[in-house]
Ligand binder design. Structure first.
Ligand code: PLP
Length: 423
């Protein structure tokens, strides 16, 4: 089936008389006839549900839908995007290992990597998203286990050259993990360009309504763990906690990575989504193509309006001709560049603050990527503790406004922006 059809139907096929919508299986536990039947589940000899911390039918149906949208072979939902990026890496890296990551990533992910995972003994090298093949290769070490980047980075709005990153990753025998949150599979399917694993903060466009925090990991099934067995023993040698199961042997390249993340990491860390939240996500994904196109069309119109406004000093949006990432966006994001636009207000920090206070339709919120337009001035919110010099060093100028353009009528949005800029 085509993408739009999969948004509505993939992952769940009701039989006669069954609910048309994915049912919410709000149950922690599942009943079995005999202890032997249940024992087979614990030995991974049979598949089935026994405890929602590991797996739940509602979450699995929605994960299967996202898997179809990304074109992967296996997927899992998690309680947040933070959990997804942590699991995606910790599934293949332990103390003593090393990861190369684009420096242009969400601040929460940066902190997870540079502070918290560092405390676990995993080291990170951060590289420019524009790094050449040679620069990327120079960052790789014998203990490197993955390369990481964001398709469209939050908040810098850089566009990742996925083909270039995957080429270097594969030349060094490691997978490329791509956080596809801002693009969603509607705008870009990173597996088509060589990425091996995709992660999401489903909290954003996939849910689309700012209703539920959530995360997801999807595996392409393409990375040959067995070929680099010495690097990935967790997938290619027996797991004592499951009576000696070897994941690649038992579940194949298509299932090994997600099975291991589910039965080991979800079992031990329990970053499980509530079935109700998974259901909300599934509902949101039904309208993903309609919403994403409107986000993109509105954002481009807003970016063009801002670009021509005398009170605006600069605009970043990869869909704008002349933007630094315009050519990469043409290649990787032909349908549009999502709804997030950043720009500078003439007059710096105080002008940006005064402009935002005058907005009525666009609400001030730390969130991005949902149906209603929201706006943030990082210098007075997320980066409040920094002075102007520190802000510039962090790439977040004191005049920077991040606008997450929603799906309202474009005339109303532009009228709100125009009035606030005028006032
Ligand atoms: N990845 C990206 C690109 C994000 O923008 C975010 C949150 O803003 C996250 C991951 C973290 O996701 P969550 O807030 O769902 O934990």
């Amino acid at each position: 089936m085509k993408f739009d059809t999969n948004c509505l139907h993939a992952g769940y096929k009701p039989a006669g008389g069954e609910p048309r919508n994915i049912p919410i299986i709000q149950s922690t536990t599942f009943r079995y006839e005999t202890s032997e039947d249940m024992g087979k589940l614990f030995d991974l000899e049979a598949s089935g549900y026994f405890y929602t911390r590991l797996q739940n039918p509602t979450s699995d149906a929605v994960a299967a839908r996202l898997c179809a949208l990304e074109g992967g072979t296996a997927a899992m939902l998690l309680s947040s995007g933070q959990a997804a990026n942590f699991f995606a890496i910790f599934n293949i890296a332990s103390a003593g290992d090393h990861i190369v990551s684009s420096a242009s990533i969400y601040g929460g992910t940066y902190n997870l990597f540079a502070v918290t995972m560092k405390r676990m003994g995993i080291s990170f090298t951060f590289v420019s998203p524009d790094a050449s093949e040679e620069e990327l290769a120079a960052a790789m070490q014998p203990n490197t286990k993955a390369l990481f980047g964001e398709t469209i980075a939050n908040p810098a709005l850089t566009v990742l050259d996925i083909e270039r990153f995957s080429k270097v990753a594969h030349a060094h025998g490691v997978p490329l993990i791509v956080d596809n949150t801002f693009a969603t599979p509607y705008l870009c399917r990173p597996f088509q360009w060589g990425a091996d694993i995709v992660t999401h903060s489903t909290t954003k466009y996939l849910d689309g309504h700012a209703a539920a925090v959530g995360g997801a990991i999807v595996d392409s099934g393409n990375f040959d763990w067995d070929r680099y067995s010495d690097k990935f023993p967790g997938l290619t040698t027996p797991d004592d906690s499951y009576h000696g199961v070897t994941y690649t042997k038992k579940f194949g390249l298509e299932g090994a990575y997600i099975t291991k993340a589910t039965v080991q990491l979800m079992r031990d860390f329990g970053s499980t989504p509530a079935p109700m939240n998974s259901w909300l996500l599934g509902m949101g994904m039904e309208t993903l193509p309609l919403r994403m196109q409107k986000h993109c069309d509105n954002a481009l119109a807003v970016a063009k309006f801002l670009q021509n406004h005398p009170n605006i000093t600069w605009v970043h949006y990869a869909g704008l001709e002349g933007d630094r990432y315009y050519d990469l966006a043409k290649k990787y994001l032909p349908k549009g560049c999502c709804g997030v636009v950043s720009f500078g207000v003439k007059g710096g920090r105080s002008a940006a603050e005064r402009f935002m206070a005058k907005l009525e339709l666009c609400s001030i919120a730390t969130h991005v990527a949902d149906a209603k337009t929201c706006v943030l001035h990082p210098a007075s919110a997320t980066h409040r503790q920094m002075n102007d010099e520190e802000l510039l060093a962090a790439g977040v100028g004191p005049d920077l406004v991040r606008l997450s353009v929603g799906i309202e009528d474009i005339d109303d949005l532009i009228a709100d922006l125009a009035r606030a800029l005028e006032e």
